[in-house]
Design a protein around this ligand. Structure first.
Ligand code: HEC
Length: 337
């Protein structure tokens, strides 16, 4: 393992030991040219970005409250988030900057709501970690003293109050280094690896057979029903939960448990391991693009018209095109009890 890699791991492990996962959708990440913006433009951009993330938290926590009823810590933290948004809006007012529309308030803003309350708290932990990371990045480019003061105050609230509150009710997922696994965790990891191998083999066999039988366009229809079925079968046979995920999903039903958001942010090309307070072990295994995948995941304009039409009809929100051979495509995730 070379030094840079180890360093990234340490950061993740450090974050994870006190807090947990990190999830930053790449679209939300700041660009490298951020520092080159004109100061007033950087300030406006920073305020917009901060407000967008606070509004995202409000809408997400409201959706969780709708699903699970008025429950702490969501019920009080959602009020704090509203105060955060108001504090930012006052800065827009002071600086004479127009307040953007709230894209998360729309009824179309669909959130994936986890199945259990503990997992909803996992997801909220990630949202708070992401919020802290956003303020850290924004503070690098913002010089305005008052705005800095507000950012620091909101950052502190997320880090010191919201995060520990969610952590107390969450599954407490924590990254574990391969070297630090106990014997029983090693056995869990191996069960996870076997399940991954079984699922991979079954998917590849079906894919190959169907492409030969009815061609790639026809195979898309089959994938749509067969791939989720294979995941369910392997889960049942092996007594694990298994699936595939990516930051660029084709099938929106492939959303993985909240603990995997850790890998969505960092995009590791090595397997990763995390453990929950109740002893569950989560493992992710990277999936790369081979030549045979390009028929359905290659650059959009290189796809056969028939294949493209089938994909667009079956997956109107497809994000899984534009890949080249060797690219990271996503991960298998396995949760071993
Ligand atoms: C015949 C077209 C086709 C080929 C070839 C194909 N895929 Fe897919 N892929 C799909 C479809 C359709 C889905 C969505 C169905 C599902 O798996 O849930 C999908 C989903 C996925 C997913 C799950 C995440 C998501 O976006 O929903 C991964 C990961 C993936 N493919 C990787 C690959 C890799 C790696 C290869 C090559 C080994 C490959 N695919 C080859 C059609 C294809």
């Amino acid at each position: 393992m070379h030094a840079r890699h180890r360093c990234r791991w340490t950061i993740v492990a450090l974050l994870a030991s006190t807090l947990v996962p990190l999830s930053l959708l790449l679209a939300d990440r700041l660009t490298a040219s951020e520092a080159d913006r004109k100061p007033e433009e950087a300030l406006r951009h920073a305020l917009e970005h901060a407000l967008d993330d606070e509004r995202h938290a409000i809408a997400f926590y409201e959706a969780i409250l709708d699903r699970f009823g008025e429950r702490r810590p969501f019920s009080n933290i959602v009020h704090a988030e509203r105060r955060h948004a108001d504090a930012l809006i006052r800065q827009f007012g002071r600086l004479g900057i127009e307040v953007p529309a709230d894209r998360h308030a729309s009824k179309d803003a669909a959130f994936h709501i986890p199945a259990t309350f503990a997992e909803a708290c996992d997801a909220a932990e990630i949202a708070e970690i992401r919020n802290v990371a956003i303020y850290d990045e924004l503070l690098e480019s913002v010089r305005d003293a008052e705005v800095r003061g507000v950012f620091l105050q909101l950052r502190r609230a997320s880090q010191e109050r919201h995060l520990p509150a969610f952590r107390r009710h969450s599954n407490g997922w924590t990254v574990v280094a391969h070297e630090a696994l106990s014997d029983s965790q090693r056995a869990q990891r191996d069960r996870g690896a076997d399940a991954r191998t079984a699922m991979f083999a079954r998917l590849m066999r079906t894919l190959r057979e169907e492409v030969e039988r009815i061609g790639p366009a026809g195979a898309i229809e089959v994938c749509k029903t067969v791939a989720p079925k294979v995941a369910r079968q392997v889960s049942e046979e092996r007594g694990v939960r298994i699936g595939r995920t990516s930051w660029a999903l084709r099938n929106p039903a492939n959303v993985a448990p909240a603990w995997t958001d850790l890998v969505l942010h960092d995009r590791p090309t090595e397997p990763r391991i995390a453990s929950a307070r109740d002893g569950r072990l989560g493992v992710t295994f990277p999936i790369h693009i081979a030549t045979s995948c390009l028929t359905c995941h290659g650059p959009r304009d290189t796809l056969d018209a028939d294949v493209r039409n089938k994909i667009e009809a079956a997956y109107p929100r497809d994000r899984a095109v534009g890949f080249s051979e060797g690219d990271l495509r996503g991960w298998f995730w396995v949760e071993v009890p």
